[in-house]
Design a protein around this ligand. Structure first.
Ligand code: DGJ
Length: 736
């Protein structure tokens, strides 16, 4: 084994790790082995004698890293006719026969690409994070691709992306430009994907992948996740359970059109190629221009889905979600309480209710703006962001003041990317609107999308937010909505329409960057008529997301369960509303499982319901740091039993909270068996007490009993759910 330090003109020498080059035992040719290692796993890349870089291993880390060079020799699969089935970034037009990661037309009109290893660098960013970059070059053209692997060691998470560059004589066209190209080996692969629609977000579907290609994608432009989000899981060999099996969780960090191809090839390996959807988007790359793809995010667990989800949740709070380690504001929203029908005095009453309820903030929703075409419904006014004088003669600033008088904060709804055709904005700037010049307009919720590829429109959208904050410095919260998809994709000003979808996203991120540069911390909710736009590129700018307009608590138990695999509870805005038939306690308990809010008419609550809510908010204050920052364990899956049970426990394993629900209303349904707890310290003793009791009721749980963690994780604890006790919240406290 020979150790060398590769030179680089990009990085200071002190930041470089030593790079290891192993001599292959198989041939005399020197083979480069690049282990991309996290705490428990290794993704191992290796060159062959022709310098093609392939993936030779992705699984549990080996104790002796020198043995990675032997992995390849253990495979006796059928012939690889191409010599590149396991390519780390499959180019097309040369030897490749399968789905490519990269397809190009060179400046001379040639359609072939090939990529060989040139060099790699390892940069240590801090004690936990490092970045590997690998330079690949086309031997026949002045064209190269750099692959980046950002490693979050402790969390077992990898972020991968690519940068494409050339110095040919003219422009190059990129027809496909993936972020990542993974290669997994196993006897079978089970894909757990999601589908949905408005009020039906995050519906899981698991199936065995058959040979050929399965594509997960979106072509909606905005609100891109409406029918299918980019998050998915792949279990290897057999379907993973919560605590067993090998499973990869992955998603593209991108809010626009995405495409993930999962191809089981003729050798029975699985190739996963993910990136921006190349649909209608061939990209013209000028000499020396750098095309940087979005990030493909993944974590591998060999201990089931629970570990993978906690990896992602930890990673998100530590590195991605805006203010992931911070706190959040509880709130009262007026959307379902008033819809568009409100005025100053009604809002003054709601501000008092906010105080009475005991939450931190009042959130004014849609309907506060536009005068020529007042926003009294969803058919007009969108785009005209001045206060409606009839509803709010004294403007937003007087409401902010009134909120301060009530000792609560004030937040506001906007949907700045959109326009109603019935608006002054549309009349003044028809060229700012996305539409086809020769075709009829087609609407989604009576509205059209503004053309964020146009820098003037970017200024306008930034201005909507900036104006609100400039005029109302005490404004404490923004709900950013996005209700339309893009029909008739066309910009009146963009020179190359093939770049439309990509430039839209660049425009959006540019606006969000500008907002965060000026207002780094103000909490913002990412809403897209529900969860139509939840992804980790967007969540860098937002503190929370709105999972769905469907707030029926029974539905939410299932949806929040699925979201929790990929996103931490602190990011999930859960509101108590009048959806569903369940009592207020059930509705509130479910909303407490993330970031709690209310969207009800407080005045309509009967005395005990109000008292319950007020007490629940106080209880929430005592457990919210565990819910937001603790480890989440799924104890009983509502899809396979009558009981849904979810535990959150703090880092010291000394304090936790368990939410339990009966999800069946059939005769005699109950929690007949104890629920096995997880994540406790077996050597510690715990006391379990019921909290969030409805006024006048008493718990059937004896709160003074003490159990060892060992007992609770082997025998379990029965929350005593039955048709008279459908929702039970338990506080777990270490006790001596
Ligand atoms: C869709 C959102 O999901 C709702 O919460 C609400 O804000 C409406 N838009 C307002 O138009």
């Amino acid at each position: 084994m020979l150790k060398i330090r590769l030179s680089t003109n990009l990085l200071p020498l002190c930041l470089l790790f030593s790079l290891t080059v192993f001599t292959s035992t198989r041939s005399e040719a020197q083979s480069i082995v690049i282990p991309v290692e996290t705490q428990h796993n290794a993704l191992v890349l290796q060159t062959d004698s022709s310098k093609y870089l392939g993936t030779v291993y992705f699984g549990k880390k080996l104790s002796k890293s020198s043995e990675y060079a032997q992995v390849k020799n253990q495979s006796k699969q059928t012939v690889d006719y191409t010599g590149m089935l396991n390519s780390v970034y499959t180019p097309s037009g040369s030897r490749n026969l399968l789905e490519p990661a990269l397809t190009v037309t060179h400046s001379d009109g040639n359609n072939s690409a090939d990529l060989t290893y040139v060099s790699h660098e390892v940069k240590k960013i801090d004690g936990n994070v490092s970045l590997i970059s690998i330079l690949l070059k086309d031997p026949a053209y002045n064209f190269n691709v750099t692959l980046f692997y950002k490693i979050y060691y402790k969390e077992d998470v990898i972020e991968q992306w690519s940068s494409i560059k050339h110095n040919e004589k003219g422009n190059v066209t990129l027809h496909k430009y993936a972020s990542a190209n993974l290669h997994l080996t196993g006897s079978a692969y089970y894909l757990n994907q999601y589908h949905g629609d408005w009020v039906k977000e995050m519906q899981p579907e698991e199936s065995k992948l058959t040979h050929g290609i399965k594509t997960l994608d979106s072509k909606l432009g905005t609100r891109a996740n409406l029918f299918q989000p980019s998050v998915f899981m792949v279990s290897v060999n057999k379907p993973a359970t919560e605590d067993e099996g090998t499973v990869l969780f992955a998603s593209l960090e991108y809010s626009g059109n995405f495409r993930t191809d999962l191809e089981v090839d003729y050798q029975d390996n699985l190739r996963i190629i993910s990136g921006i959807n190349n649909y209608a988007s061939p990209y013209t790359l000028k000499p020396n221009e750098e095309f940087v793809t979005p990030i493909f995010l993944y974590t591998l667990s060999t201990q089931g889905k629970g570990v993978a989800s906690r990896n992602l949740q930890n990673w998100a709070r530590n590195y991605k979600l805006l203010d992931g380690k911070g706190t959040r504001l509880t709130l009262l929203n007026n959307w379902e309480a008033t819809y568009f029908d409100f005025n100053e005095s009604k809002l003054a009453g709601l501000l008092k209710d906010t105080k009475k309820l005991g939450v931190d903030l009042f959130l004014l929703d849609d309907g506060w703006f536009a005068n020529k075409y007042p926003r009294n419904g969803d058919v007009a006014g969108l785009g005209d962001w001045e206060e409606n004088k009839q509803k709010l003669p004294n403007g937003i600033s007087s409401l902010v003041k009134e909120a301060q008088n009530n000792n609560v904060k004030f937040g506001i709804w906007i949907e700045p990317e959109m326009v109603n055709p019935k608006s002054m904005l549309y009349e003044k700037h028809p060229d700012w609107v996305i539409k086809q010049p020769k075709r009829d307009e087609h609407y989604f919720r009576n509205q059209l999308v503004l053309d964020l590829t146009n820098p003037k429109v970017q200024d306008f959208v930034f201005g909507v937010v900036d104006d609100l904050f400039t005029k109302n410095p005490a404004l404490a919260y923004i709900k950013w909505d996005c209700n339309s998809v893009i029909f008739n994709a066309h910009s009146a000003t963009l020179k190359n329409q093939n770049h439309f979808y990509i430039e839209y996203m660049r425009g959006l991120y540019n606006v969000l960057e500008r907002i965060r540069a000026k207002y780094p911390k103000v909490p913002m909710m990412l809403c897209s008529g529900g969860g139509g736009r939840v992804d980790y590129a967007a969540l860098q700018y937002f503190t929370e997301f709105w999972p769905s307009d469907n707030t029926d608590p029974l539905e939410r138990i299932f949806m929040q369960w699925e979201y929790s695999y990929f996103y931490p509870a602190i990011a999930s805005a859960n509101h108590v509303t009048d959806w569903g038939k369940q009592p207020i306690k059930f509705r509130t308990d479910v909303a407490m499982m993330g970031k709690l809010g209310f969207d009800i008419v407080v005045n309509d609550l009967v005395a005990n319901d109000l008292k319950f809510c007020q007490d629940a908010i106080k209880n929430y204050d005592t457990v919210k740091s565990i819910i937001w920052q603790g480890d989440q364990y799924r104890l009983s899956d509502p899809r396979s039993s009558n009981v849904a049970s979810m535990l959150y426990i703090n880092e010291q394993k000394s304090s936790g909270v368990i939410f339990n629900y009966l999800v069946s209303s059939r005769y005699g349904a109950n929690s007949n068996l104890p629920v096995l707890l997880k994540g406790l310290d077996p050597a510690k003793n715990y006391k379990i007490q019921e909290i969030n009791l409805y006024p006048g009721t008493t718990s059937t749980i004896k709160g003074d009993q003490i159990f060892s963690g060992d007992f609770l994780m082997k025998v379990g604890f029965n929350p005593d759910l039955n048709l008279a006790r459908t929702s039970v919240v338990l506080k777990v406290e270490e006790s001596n």
